[in-house]
Design a protein around this ligand. Structure first.
Ligand code: FUC
Length: 817
């Protein structure tokens, strides 16, 4: 259809009204009222032209088949229905409750008794006492909540031809297209980080064909209204109308909802007619229609909720609206779309991965997931990797909240584990692919959250432990709660903040950004200070240990996990103290503190090898008698990955012990836990084993039709952990070496990658054939010296900042790239 908009007189009458109604929640995940197409599907749509697409020949019938779009703050799941479209909406500050203080003032008095019981071996009694005296109030943190759904109801055709819905990862646009009654319909949905709106654009190849009714539904307590604007912005434009939803967030565990929220859906038709009901907008005979969706809450930060979502959403709609009507209508939308695509590609296109292609690409994505384990679909692994990068870009952009357990996407008021930040593995895993996957920018929201936690956690440290510095336990939420929750067997683990700092330290390792280091250093120092004040000597060897603590969520005896000095805590502390010492040297500060850290670090309990040759998970050799030897968490293997304390080359005995532990645990666990194992086997240089586990992960057991990871249920960490595992198979850069193809599986004999990052400030491109490196390019961002390894060969290089060296398969410098 013609892209030029002809200007002629407005057809809608002058009218202005705004109608209010109260709405009481319908569940947001399932849309009982959504009309379902029951006619015939004819023809077979071809695959999309863009190979980095997820695509399907039927609409989504459930949430984990719908496709995600997001701009870091706003998110939507697109179902692609024919009779009815459901666009499920999220905003990353819409959580239950309001600012609250969960710290338990009884904890400090009970702490010496809990410690004594643990050192006396009375673990169950210690856990019982901790449960009575040391847990946060309330015992649960706040859940992340849905906004609700935008629902579009269309006239239902008897048949549709060549139906396809897809998500183009390169442009970050979800599309639905089909032919009905001889008309080709297309729907495009994207969520712009530039204009801060979700855009739904409906077009057809014949004039006057678009008709639908739009409404919002939600489980939140809200008022709905419709505002009609009769001052069409230019001659020929139909009036426009806006659905408005105003409300407050939910109450949870006795904490009242204190946030105001607002959603606006502005419906902009070209030609045709628009009419408004109390809570619905109908359009008939339009040539094309654009919907602009804005949403916001009054959240400014964890202690300030004085924002005005009405002003914010009005401004966002007005901004996008202005772009929309400036000049030619299609150009307006094209500008919005072009700006969106440019912002997305600036991040997304930094890495290219080619693992080979086969005919499997001609099949829809859900079919390919069902068959990945049969072999012969290497491009699906590349797609999975790029999907994770897409998800990180869409769920974690500077200025927004970090990616939570579901990233940004959640259809419920009480999602699994509240869709919080579980910081005993899950949030950290979300960010594993960020640095090597060349998305360091996406770590910014995580850094901002950690700086908040250093403030709230200082209160927890003082009130509950009588300690300086700060502490965060195994979960946090929008309100940055840092007290132990759920129950001591999961929650009384003081290492969450310290582990998160390791992710931030990695950002410094990859970027060398000193300003960033200066920003996070006080939080590193504060965390270390907490442990200087709370580490205690265990009675047998007089090693320094954490107490009370636990090896994340693994009971050493039935239902009892409380203990002193689990291996993981000491591994995290060795990293924290070493990083702090290094940071204080780089920044030229705190010499005395640095010396104190070095002295304390030397007294920490060491890693131990147990009776079966395994890396011991606890101070005592309980591993093989623990109730769940196949437990999902492999916390003690933190030292192998993500840390580098256990290393294939430099600590072979510990690496062998870690391997033994890994074998005892088994290959399959939950989604994220399976993903972790890929990374660990890659660090052990066993690419084929890592690949076998990737085959488990990328199968319907752990991957939903829309490629979201299944824990089960949906949890996004597995997507990120899986992508990180793929990187670890291709490139590693720990312990002062950049290693090419350390764990290349036989399944990927030929391929290439461009743009991966390595520690020390390097960007790496590689090509390989028949399982061997054929060429590589190493680009230096910071001018650091480096040692490069491929198999047995190593070479030391001194590149200037901005310099690039081209190497051949034997690591010889190759002047002809
Ligand atoms: C940890 C895991 C669970 C789940 C939860 C969100 O507690 O042990 O499997 O992933 O986080």
């Amino acid at each position: 259809m013609s892209r030029t908009f002809k200007k002629f007189t407005t057809i809608a009458g002058a009218l202005f009204f705004s109608i209010l109604i109260q709405v009481h929640g319908a569940p947001a995940g399932t849309m009982n009222s959504l009309p379902i197409f029951t006619g015939d599907f004819l023809g077979e749509a071809p695959p999309p032209a863009e190979p980095l697409s997820l695509w399907y020949r039927r609409p989504a019938t459930n949430w984990v088949s719908a496709l995600p779009v997001g701009n870091g703050r706003l998110g939507a799941m697109v179902f692609g229905g024919i009779a009815g479209e459901q666009v499920q909406l999220n905003e990353d500050t819409l959580w239950a409750g309001g600012p609250y203080d969960p710290d338990n003032t009884n904890a400090l008095a009970a702490l010496p008794d809990v410690r004594r019981l643990i050192f006396d071996g009375k673990y169950a009694e210690a856990q019982k006492l901790a449960s009575q005296k040391m847990m946060g109030k309330p015992l649960k943190q706040m859940p992340y909540e849905t906004i609700g759904n935008l629902v579009l109801e269309f006239p239902t055709p008897a048949t549709v031809e060549n139906y396809r819905r897809d998500l183009n990862l390169d442009t970050a646009v979800a599309s639905v297209s089909y032919t009905a009654n001889g008309v080709y319909f297309k729907r495009e949905i994207f969520c712009s980080p530039v204009d801060q709106v979700i855009v739904v654009r409906l077009t057809a190849d014949k004039l006057g064909q678009i008709a639908f009714t739009a409404g919002l539904n939600t489980p939140q307590k809200v008022e709905m209204s419709v505002e009609v604007n009769t001052n069409a912005p230019f001659v020929g434009a139909t009036n426009d109308a806006t659905l408005v939803m105003r409300g407050v967030n939910g109450k949870s565990s006795g904490i009242n909802g204190a946030l105001k929220l607002q959603t606006r859906v502005c419906v902009l038709p070209i030609h045709g007619k628009i009419s408004a009901d109390a809570d619905k907008i109908s359009v008939t005979n339009a040539d094309s229609v654009t919907l602009l969706i804005a949403a916001a809450t009054s959240y400014k930060n964890y202690h300030d909720i004085s924002g005005d979502p009405e002003t914010i959403t009005k401004q966002q709609i007005a901004g996008a609206y202005k772009k929309w009507y400036s000049g030619n209508v299609d150009d307006g939308i094209d500008t919005t779309l072009a700006d969106h695509i440019a912002a997305h590609q600036k991040l997304f296109r930094r890495v290219e991965l080619n693992l080979g292609t086969t005919d499997a690409m001609k099949s829809p994505t859900d079919e390919r997931i069902r068959h990945f384990a049969d072999g012969n679909d290497p491009q699906l692994a590349a797609l999975y990797f790029q999907f994770a990068r897409y998800l990180l870009i869409c769920s974690s952009r500077p200025g927004g909240q970090p990616a939570n357990l579901q990233g940004l996407w959640n259809s419920s008021m009480s999602p699994p584990w509240d869709s919080k930040y579980t910081i005993n593995i899950n949030t950290e895993m979300n960010y594993w692919p960020a640095e090597p996957g060349n998305l360091g920018k996406c770590v910014e929201p995580l850094a901002a959250m950690v700086l908040d936690l250093a403030q709230t956690g200082a209160h927890t440290a003082r009130v509950m432990y009588g300690a300086r510095g700060w502490v965060a336990h195994h979960n946090t939420d929008l309100w940055r709660a840092t007290a132990p929750i759920d129950g001591p067997q999961w929650g009384l683990w003081p290492m969450g903040g310290a582990w998160l700092l390791q992710n931030l330290w990695e950002h410094y390792q990859f970027t060398g950004d000193k300003k960033f280091l200066e920003k996070i250093y006080p939080a590193m120092q504060g965390s270390a200070q907490f442990f200087l004040d709370t580490l205690v000597e265990e009675p047998t060897h007089h090693w320094l240990v954490t107490c009370p603590s636990l090896s994340p969520e693994n009971p050493h005896t039935n239902n009892v996990s409380l203990c002193a000095g689990p291996a993981m805590d000491l591994e995290i502390l060795r990293d924290l103290f070493a990083n702090c010492i290094q940071a204080s040297e780089i920044l030229g500060r705190d010499k005395t503190f640095r010396e104190q850290l070095a002295a304390t670090r030397a007294r920490l309990a060491p890693l131990q090898i147990g009776s079966t040759g395994q890396l011991q998970e606890w101070l005592d050799d309980w591993d093989t008698n623990a109730p769940d030897i196949h437990h999902r968490h492999v916390s003690h293997l933190y030292g192998l990955f993500p840390s580098d304390q256990i290393d294939f080359y430099t600590t072979p005995e510990l690496a062998a012990a870690a391997k033994k532990s890994l074998e005892l645990r088994g290959d399959k666990a939950t989604g994220w836990a399976t993903a972790w194992r890929i990374n660990l086997w890659a660090r052990l240089h066993d690419g084929d084993h890592a690949y076998t586990i990737l085959q488990y992960l990328l199968a319907p057991e752990f991957t939903y039709p829309d490629m979201f990871d299944s824990c089960p249920p949906f949890q996004i960490d597995g997507n990120f952990g899986g992508a990180s595992g793929i990187i670890e198979m291709l490139l590693q850069s720990q312990n002062g070496e950049i290693e090419f193809l350390p764990a290349l599986p036989k399944a990927w004999p030929n391929g290439s990658v461009k743009g991966l990052r390595a520690r020390g400030g390097f960007e790496v491109d590689m090509d390989w054939a028949d399982g061997k490196l054929t060429s590589a390019a190493l680009h230096s961002l910071l001018g650091n010296p480096c040692k490069v390894r491929c198999g047995e060969k190593t070479v030391e290089l001194n590149l200037k900042s901005g310099g690039t060296v081209h190497l051949d398969g034997s690591l010889q410098s190759n002047p002809k790239p």
